[in-house]
Design a protein around this ligand. Structure first.
Ligand code: PRP
Ligand code: URA
Length: 208
């Protein structure tokens, strides 16, 4: 399996809080925000830099700035929205596309209902966000859609993943690097991740 599990103690601590059935929507959202920021810090560690002249109040100097491709964040609706603010806190100039998919409760197959992406797709590196990677159907479909629209560089950022989902994305999209905060044990008979944290969208937005 090709997956990067982010084992920073703060991330692990916060994931445990999110798993608890006692944690309500307000805290759940805030923890997701905080974890996204911590994960985003690690994911962007290798962004290329270039020199830039800068005039400080005292002297001229050569500083550094991010170079290379511009970034795009693509949450998979709904739950992926919970990871957008954390990423925008780190990269305020990133464009945000949206892909709407829901998982049919019977077939567990993704159903597309919305897609709006930046126009300069080929010039961007995309980070697809979704807290849950279960069967991998939704993430795979979102990445396929992005590629069909012209995206060439894509990373996938999830909170909790099942091995089944990682394998599906690895198989369908071997070029896509996956980052997760936790790699769990398996799926149950309804396609929910175990031990998991339940339905991420419902817990973020307080719906059932
Ligand atoms: C959840 C989750 C993922 C998907 C994961 O979304 O946010 O998008 O399920 O499952 P998969 O890997 O088996 O495809 P859901 O369909 O519940 O929609 P929601 O975000 O609107 O709640
Ligand atoms: N979607 C969720 O929100 N949670 C799971 O465990 C699986 C799919």
């Amino acid at each position: 399996m090709n997956v990067n599990v982010m084992t920073h103690p703060l991330i692990q601590h916060k994931v445990t809080l999110m798993r608890s059935v006692e944690t309500g929507s307000k805290d759940f959202r805030q923890l997701l925000d905080e974890i996204t920021l911590l994960m985003g810090y690690e994911i962007t560690r290798d962004l290329p830099l270039e020199d830039v002249d800068v005039q400080t109040p005292l002297v001229k100097m050569v500083g550094k700035r991010i170079a290379g491709k511009k970034l795009g964040i693509v949450p998979i609706l709904r739950a992926g929205l919970g990871m957008v603010h954390g990423m925008l806190d780190l990269i305020p100039t990133a464009k945000v596309g949206h892909i709407g998919l829901y998982r049919d409760p019977e077939t567990l197959k993704p159903v597309e209902y919305y897609c709006k992406l930046p126009s300069d797709i080929a010039e961007r590196t995309f980070i697809v966000t979704d807290p849950m990677l279960a069967t991998g159907g939704s993430a795979s479909a979102a990445i396929t859609l992005l590629k069909e629209k012209g995206a060439k560089h894509i990373q996938l950022m999830c909170l909790v993943a099942a091995p089944e989902g990682v394998e599906v994305v690895n198989k369908n999209h071997p070029d896509v690097t996956i980052f997760v905060a936790a790699l769990d044990e398996c799926l149950n008979e309804h396609g929910y991740i175990l031990p998991g944290l339940g339905d991420a969208g419902d817990r973020i937005f307080g719906t059932k």
